[in-house]
Design a protein around this ligand. Structure first.
Ligand code: SF4
Ligand code: SF4
Length: 438
């Protein structure tokens, strides 16, 4: 049986740069700038300038259910609480810590816990306190995702080990190097929402990960590893659900509407660390890769480390570098500043040459229909784009712009190189503004 979805595309995957590079712990930065907004809503600082902090110490508290706290990733002194620029160029509040070079741990962080008797609520509370968010990029608070309404029975937890974005290899390496902690994290997530079945979906271009995960789960009746066909954007929640169990999430609906919660493999690992090791989310794996970085690597980097330090640690960029992207080439965006710090959603730093940086001049649409044939959500991208361009936002909404997941597949295949995603972003923002005003 072939596990996949309809539509989509398979761009050259570029994974060979870093797929064989084991995860390497990067030295701690001298200065860590930790944004207070790392998922959901911004959190509220609970430290002040001059305070001494240790690794894993909370720097903030959640501001409501949709917010997560952030934690110190290095030990040292709080130097400032100030607005700093993130990778997209937005200025948001951050706690800036100057290292004391000691790496002292906050009380209890990293110590093993007997979690076998914890209730679902206790596990969920530990996940929330550790500031765990979705690591696939969206940074949705995990404790919120694991709090479906009582009437929504969850039958499946699907772990997303797809990593369909070209170049990125952080999840692939994690599955090869820490399969047990991912599986334990999956079991904890299943316990929280009382799900009977666990699925781990991995694309066939990661044969080592598939083999290891299948070996490790062979004796587990309720956990299955599925080897998916290779196609972008299979890591999208809706596409992964169709590919794995054949269920379609309705337009405007959520995975829980078909009895599913989808979680990234990195998130499952972070759940395990939060619950079993009392370890808050203060570091993550980042693929630093592409043809224009000297030594591609998969780095375990502290949240708050400047991007420039990751690049320097990988030997710097090559002469032909044209663009540095935060994330993968399909959904990532050009870095606004090389000093922007690693955050909880930083899956990759991609250094591209001009040849691969997709620098094209937009041409008029030739009505070829290619964008329609690849859209995994069966939208009509060319029509939506035209309606946004001519400010017919209500019509764009009728055509399903709000369902668009901004995967970029349509723009990738477009022979006229229409900047479709740019228009979809504008359209979504305008419609949201119109709804707010109403
Ligand atoms: S960006 Fe939106 S319209 Fe284009 S292929 Fe992806 S989901 Fe479809
Ligand atoms: S792929 Fe590009 S040129 Fe072809 S119909 Fe879509 S927008 Fe027009």
């Amino acid at each position: 049986m072939k596990y996949t979805f309809s539509g989509g595309y398979h761009p050259p995957d570029g994974k060979s740069f870093s797929e064989k590079m084991p995860i390497e712990k990067m030295p701690s930065p001298k200065i860590a700038a930790i944004h207070l907004h790392q998922g959901g809503r911004p959190s509220k600082a609970i430290v002040a300038v001059g305070d001494e902090v240790k690794v894993g110490q909370p720097l903030s508290e959640a501001d409501g259910f949709m917010s997560v706290p952030v934690h110190a990733s290095i030990s040292g002194k709080v130097k400032a609480i100030a607005k700093i620029t993130d990778a997209a160029g937005n200025k948001t509040d951050a706690v800036i810590i100057e290292s004391d070079g000691k790496g002292e741990m906050y009380g209890g962080v990293g110590e093993k816990v007997d979690y076998s008797q914890l209730t679902a609520d206790e596990i969920r509370n530990k996940i929330a306190a550790a500031g765990v968010v979705g690591m696939g990029g969206a940074r949705f608070p995990t404790h919120v995702k694991l709090s479906p309404p009582a009437e929504k029975k969850i039958n499946y937890i699907i772990l997303n080990g797809v990593e369909c974005e070209p170049y990125l290899t952080a999840d692939d390496r994690l599955m090869q190097e820490s399969p047990e902690t991912i599986i334990e994290g999956l079991k904890l997530i299943m316990k929280v929402v009382n799900a009977e079945n666990g699925i781990i979906g991995i694309e066939k271009n990661k044969p080592e990960s598939i083999k290891i995960m299948k070996d490790k789960t062979a004796s587990m009746q309720n956990i299955k590893v599925i080897d998916l066909e290779v196609k972008y954007p299979q890591g999208g929640e809706k596409q992964l659900i169709v590919a794995s169990i054949g269920k379609e999430v309705p337009s405007g609906g959520l995975p829980m509407d078909v009895g599913v919660v989808v979680s990234n493999v990195g998130t499952a690992n972070a759940v395990y660390e939060a619950v079993a090791l009392n370890k808050p989310f203060y570091e993550r794996i980042v693929s630093v890769t592409g043809e224009s970085i000297t030594n591609p690597k998969n780095l375990l980097a502290k949240i708050g480390t400047p991007t420039s330090e990751l690049i320097e640690y990988c030997g710097g960029v090559k002469e032909d570098v044209y663009k540095v992207v935060n994330g993968g080439p399909m959904m990532g965006a050009a870095m606004y500043s090389m000093e922007a710090p690693v955050h909880k959603g930083t899956s990759g730093i991609l250094c591209l040459s001009k040849e691969n940086a997709a620098v094209y001049e937009e041409q008029p649409c030739i009505s070829c229909g290619k964008c329609v044939s690849v859209c995994p959500l069966k939208l009509v991208p060319t029509e939506i784009q035209m309606n946004v361009q001519y400010k017919r936002f209500e019509q764009a909404e009728k055509l399903g712009i709000l369902d668009c997941m901004l995967c970029g597949t349509c723009a990738y295949v477009c022979p006229a190189k229409r900047n479709l995603v740019h228009y979809f972003n504008i359209g979504k923002a305008k419609i949201a503004e119109m709804k707010r005003k109403k």
